[in-house]
Design a protein around this ligand. Structure first.
Ligand SMILES: [Zn+2]
Length: 421
């Protein structure tokens, strides 16, 4: 790969040297060679010629609301598509993930290709999609209705071309990827549904042609400070939960964090109190901490815990009222960080797929279903589903369908290449 074709959008750009370092086994299944196989070629052609149907499905899936924790109606649409396209053992697991198998010559390597069902939007959001030439407008149209449509398009292309793979593939539509869904679907997949069975994992999430090999993790807390409360004048002298909250926020605001790996913190919401003339009985805050580095995130979390404890004791000491104020720290989010090395086989295969299709290649960071396999050291990447998205996570979200089929073709070739020995 020439330097020119290697567009550096984020952290790493793997060059020609890495490709030359492929093992004999990797070379034998190199995507460029696979493309010479008429059956593989037919699958890629199918992805291109089916694109109008892929876009129709993107709209159809999107017009079924799927807030995190309420994905079942959209899951049903995916279950129907998996069944219609001949996947085996189509099933819904305990968490609500929809799975369908495509057996290969052997059970291993076992590739999982997944796209998340849920959106950040509430159940009463108008999810009708408006078409304006090449532009589709609707909440979730890119993230992740596009991913779901491409997931199904891959299944269809493999079926139309009767592709046979040495390894097996399971296609999964996951629940709970967004926000407080806290990756519950993919966690279920790796801890129970397919525990110990997954060799490689690809998440199709959002738009564009990016490849992410780093998963930014996050820890989120809701902290509640409690005390007896009382009249602001008559009961003056009581420790105050809002004052304790203020002391805690002041400590958090002074945290120093590494720039590299980027590590961040945010007090996002606060609340509490009774009235202006009452010493409050309760105050709370919600805090988000992030890093792609497990050690940095753990260190930040430890400092955070200490800051809360110190704020509580300072407030109690100030009023000489031992143990009057208490704090409860509730962890409301845990997305473990992780990464797949840039020189790993799965990343090299993705790079070789780009090379075979003459596409620019760059690596980036994201926070997606791949965080879980990455944290477990199972090879995983997240890819965009093609096209061009704007305003993800906003009601004004849109998707430009121009050349979107390139994303579908890439997903098809990558799936076939990763189901090789
Ligand atoms: Zn997403």
């Amino acid at each position: 790969m020439t330097r020119r074709r290697c567009v550096i959008a984020a952290t790493v750009c793997v060059g020609a040297a890495a490709f030359a370092g492929l093992t004999a086994q990797e070379r034998s299944a190199a995507p460029a060679d696979l493309l010479k196989d008429p059956i593989v070629k037919a699958a890629i052609d199918a992805a291109r010629t089916n694109e109008a149907q892929t876009i129709e499905e993107q709209i159809r899936f999107c017009e079924v609301a799927a807030p995190s924790f309420k994905e079942s109606a959209r899951a049903e649409a995916l279950r129907g598509a998996f069944q219609q396209l001949g996947l085996r053992n189509v099933r819904v697991d305990k968490a609500g993930n929809v799975l369908g198998d495509r057996p290969g010559a052997a059970t291993q390597p076992h590739l999982v290709v997944a796209a998340h069902l849920d959106t950040v939007f509430s159940g009463d959001t108008d999810v009708r999609v408006k078409r304006d030439g090449a532009i589709l407008r609707g909440p979730g149209i890119g993230d992740n209705c596009r991913g779901l449509a491409v997931l199904v398009a891959v299944v269809r292309a493999l079926r139309q071309a009767a592709v046979q793979t040495p390894g097996s593939i399971t296609f999964v539509a996951t629940v709970g990827e967004e926000g407080l869904g806290d990756l519950r679907g993919v966690k279920q997949l790796f801890t129970e549904t397919l525990v110990g069975e997954i060799d490689r994992f690809v998440a199709i999430d959002g738009t564009g042609l990016g490849v992410a090999n780093v998963g930014v993790g996050s820890r989120r807390y809701r902290v509640s400070f409690k005390g007896p409360g009382g009249h602001s004048f008559a009961a003056f002298g009581l420790a105050n939960p809002i004052d304790a909250l203020g002391r805690a926020i002041a400590k958090v605001a002074e945290f120093q964090v590494p720039h590299q790996p980027k590590t961040t913190f945010n007090v996002g919401r606060v609340g509490g109190g009774t009235s202006v003339n009452s010493i409050p009985s309760e105050a709370w805050m919600e805090v988000d901490m992030r890093s792609s580095d497990p050690a940095s995130l753990a260190a930040l979390d430890a400092r955070f815990q200490k800051a809360i404890d110190a704020a509580v004791s300072e407030e109690n000491e100030r009023w000489r009222t031992p143990r009057m104020i208490t704090a409860v720290k509730e962890r409301v989010g845990d997305r473990p960080p992780g990464s797949t090395p840039a020189d790993s086989s799965i990343v090299r295969t993705a790079q070789a797929v780009h090379r075979a299709l003459n596409l620019p290649f760059s690596l980036s960071e994201s926070s997606t279903d791949s965080n879980i396999p990455m944290s477990l050291h199972i090879p995983a990447i997240t890819i965009g589903a093609g096209g061009d998205g704007a305003d993800a996570h906003a009601p004004t979200e849109s998707f430009n369908t121009t050349d979107a089929s390139i994303g579908t073709q890439r997903a098809v070739l990558l799936t076939i290449a990763l189901a090789q020995k």
